[in-house]
Every structure is written in C-alpha cells, then in structure tokens.
Design a protein around this ligand. Structure first.
Ligand SMILES: [Zn+2]
Ligand SMILES: [Zn+2]
Length: 450
C-alpha cells in the first residue's frame, strides 16, 4: 500500500470511525501464528480464537454478517476499527505476505473459515433448487418512506441457478441502476455469515476489503441457490467497500420446476437508485431526510447532485423532471437487455476514472490482457479525464453464462452466435428473436462465411 492510498483511506474513513476499539493489544492466539515484532495489536479480537471451532457471531436480529467476525451496531451492521486496521497494515506490510513470508494472521484465520464453508457447500444437496425460478425483492437498507417501508426497491423474477457474480453484473446492477463493474461488492449468506465476492477485482475500493470481512469465496463458482433455502430467507449485498451501500434481498417465492423457465423479468419497483459515490447508505439516508423538507430550489439542487453522478449520465432531461421516488421500468428493462446481451464484465480490469497528466501515460492498473480482452477508453470532456475498463469480446464460460436473450443460466447446451462467437443462447428460438430485436445491430459478424 503506498502513501497516497493511505492518505485517501484516512479521508475516506474519517467520518465513519467507530467510537470504541474492537481489538486488544496483546495476548496469545489459539491458532494463528505471528511473526516476531507483531503481538496482534490492531487485529480484531476474533482472530485470537480457533478458526476450526469458531462459531460466527450473530447480530441483534439474528443475522450473521461478514463471517461473524466483527461485533455489531444496534442496526445489525458490523463494527470495525478502520484506523487500527490501517496502522496495523502500515506496521507489518513489509513482513507478512512478502517475499514468500508467512501470510497475515488474519489471512491464516480466514483460510480456515473459507475451507470450512467450501467443504459444507460441496456436500450440500440443492434438491433442484438451482433449476427453479424465484421472485426476489431487493431493497436498499436504511432508506425508508414516511411509513417506514423501503424507499428504493426492485422485484425481479429469475432462476436460482444463476451464478452470484453474473447476477450482480447482469441483473442487480442494471435493474437498480448501479454502474456495471465500477466498484467491489460482496454477497453474504445471513444464515452463517459466509461472504462471496469477485475474484481478481481491482477497483480502488478493494483496499478496504478488511472492513467488509477480510476475504470471500469466488462468486462466479456459486449460485444464488447457495445463499438461501426457503421463502422468507434473506441475503445481504454490500456495494462499494468505500461508500458501503447496504442491500437486502428477500426470497418471496419459489416456483415449482414445471413453472420454471429461467427468464429474467423485472416485475415492479420503486425509487431512483442513489447517485454513485454519494457516500453510502447512512449519508444518503440523511440526504433523503433533508430532501423531504427542503424548499423547491434546494430539492432541484439535490436532484442535480444525483444527476451529476456516473450512473445518471444518460438521464438526458432537466433536474426538474427527475422524480426521486419514481421507478422507470422501461429504462430498467433497456439496461437489463443491454447487460444480458453482452459478455460478463472483466473484474481484473474494472472501470476507473483517470485524469492523466500526460494522456499517453502508462496506467499502472493495466495488467496483462487475456485472449479476447481489450481496454476501452471513453473520454469525458467535462471532467478532462477518461473512463477506462477492460472488456472481453469472447463468449462467457458456459458455467458462468446466461442466455443473451432471456437470462437463463448457462449449461453445456447453450448455442453460440456464429457471427461474433461472443454471445450464448439457451435456444435457437431465442437466438432468432434476439437477432431480430437487438443483436443484428451489434454483432461483429466477424466469423460469418461470405
Ligand atoms: Zn433464452
Ligand atoms: Zn453475434
């Protein structure tokens, strides 16, 4: 971690420093091993326990967040000491994990928790749950209307067999109106606190990973069906490790096999998505409360603030026409169709805004590109910088795919578009209809015989 990042960590977490310490300064851990010079100072207390017998700690409502390793606030959100974590990182960053050295004690602990969960998942009998359609209600926590009901929510029908990562990228982001592939995120099984997230993610907020549970299982290997078992179950979604937007997803219905088709459908919803980078659930809760009692001029100013965010770039209307409590299902469907009709996002090259001192300067985030990947740059003339993202133009792995037309999760029987070989379909019928309605204009037809 370099100095610049540390300074930005300080300023990012400054407003959210918890009032009490959650760590202790010394003691003998039951399992993890320290390097000399470390006595565990700044390490959350849980890591002094034995991960092989560790029982995740539930919050005040019985839900378990972030592997159950942190204490909780009253609102069931976990408590961490960001400043202590940062000092600890600074103190030991050149010993642990370095030149083949011992992994961080925190990491030693998390590896055991992950192994235990992996083992449990490998023995789990889903009993065809992954072949069934479900109705879910996604809502943003803490944002409530005058009746105390969720103010921003979406109801969606889809297959429980969809991979968690594909769900985040091609359904949740477009349906809510978060920007695809911009920030890191997690999904949490609230029954045992197990966390799933994007492998290889490289957005800058990854530096706060310790604050959201230290580690996770890869979300492209597990399905939504791994996060719940029955109607009424809930799982959590955290978006952006810096801002921290807290979502909860409830299972409202599970369809029988004979009524399950796998098609993704937006059923209903309410409320506009908050603006990206508007500082997370708690800050936005206050923003909305103030908005409700603001004068008309103040309200228009606040709407403009939202519309200036990256996820409202395409709004195209004056702020006076922006209704904060409306949900435009037509626009949400357009975003969903576009997402389903494209390859999965490349997590190793997430979207980032860069203001180059020299426009041709080398971007240090750009790693080695894999086959079919390229770097897309989009200049933003207002901000004098550009958005950069790695994208793929080869088809998704079948195990991590969804039909480009309907969103049905992939299998070995998926058909490939013979024009671009970048898109997969569940049936010849969906390939035909998608060609006519959407793909004809997008297909590169690179491989079509003349
Ligand atoms: Zn299909
Ligand atoms: Zn094509």
């Amino acid at each position: 971690m370099d100095v610049e990042k540390l300074i930005s960590t300080l300023s990012l977490t400054g407003a959210d420093i918890p009032p009490r310490s959650t760590t202790r300064t010394a003691g003998k851990p039951k399992f993890v091993k320290f390097l000399s010079g470390d006595n565990g100072e700044g390490m959350p207390e849980t890591f002094f326990e034995d991960p092989r017998t560790f029982k995740p700690k539930p919050g005040p409502h019985g839900q378990i967040q972030t592997w159950g390793i942190f204490p909780y606030h009253e609102d069931n959100i976990w408590d961490f000491d960001g400043i202590q974590m940062m000092y600890r990182t600074m103190a030991h960053q050149f010993s642990y994990d370095n030149r083949g050295g011992k992994p961080w004690p925190e990491k030693q602990f998390m590896e055991v928790l992950k192994d235990r969960k992996r083992e449990q998942l490998s023995k789990l009998d889903l009993a065809d749950l992954d072949k069934k359609d479900i109705i879910i209600k996604i809502h943003l926590k803490f944002l409530q209307d005058a009746n105390g009901d969720p103010r921003v929510w979406r109801r969606v029908r889809l297959s429980a067999g969809m991979k968690i990562g594909v769900f985040q990228d091609k359904v949740l982001s477009p349906v809510l109106n978060w920007v695809r592939n911009l920030h890191c995120y997690t999904f949490t099984d609230l029954r045992d606190g197990a966390v799933f997230g994007p492998e290889d993610a490289n957005a800058t907020d990854i530096m706060h990973i310790n604050q959201v549970g230290y580690d996770y299982l890869p979300d492209d290997k597990y399905m939504l069906a791994h996060l719940f078992s029955e109607v009424g179950d809930k799982f959590a979604h955290l978006y952006d490790y810096g801002d921290k937007w807290h979502h909860e997803i409830e299972i409202e219905k599970i369809f029988p096999l004979e009524e399950s088709y796998g098609r993704v459908q937006i059923l209903d919803g309410k409320g506009m998505c908050p603006g990206e980078n508007m500082r997370g659930s708690y800050q936005y809760e206050n923003f909305l409360k103030a908005y409700d009692t603001d004068s008309y001029t103040e309200q228009v100013k606040k709407r403009r603030e939202i519309l200036d965010c990256p996820n409202y770039k395409g709004f195209g209307k004056p702020p006076s026409l922006f209704n904060i409590d409306a949900f435009d299902i037509g626009q949400a469907n357009e975003r969903l169709v576009a997402a389903l009709g494209s390859p999965n996002s490349v997590r190793a090259g997430m979207k980032a805004f860069t203001m180059p001192i020299n426009p041709s300067a080398h971007d240090s985030r750009t790693g080695k590109l894999k086959k079919g990947q390229s770097i897309q740059r989009e200049w933003d003339h207002e901000s004098h910088g550009y958005w950069q993202e790695t994208t793929s133009n080869t088809k998704d792995k079948r195990s991590q795919s969804a039909c480009a037309a309907c969103g049905k999760p992939g299998g070995q029987d998926l058909k490939t578009c013979s024009g671009c070989r970048a898109i997969l379909y569940c049936s010849a019928e969906h390939q035909r209809s998608h060609w006519k309605d959407v793909h004809k204009k997008q297909c590169s037809r690179k491989y079509l015989k003349k």
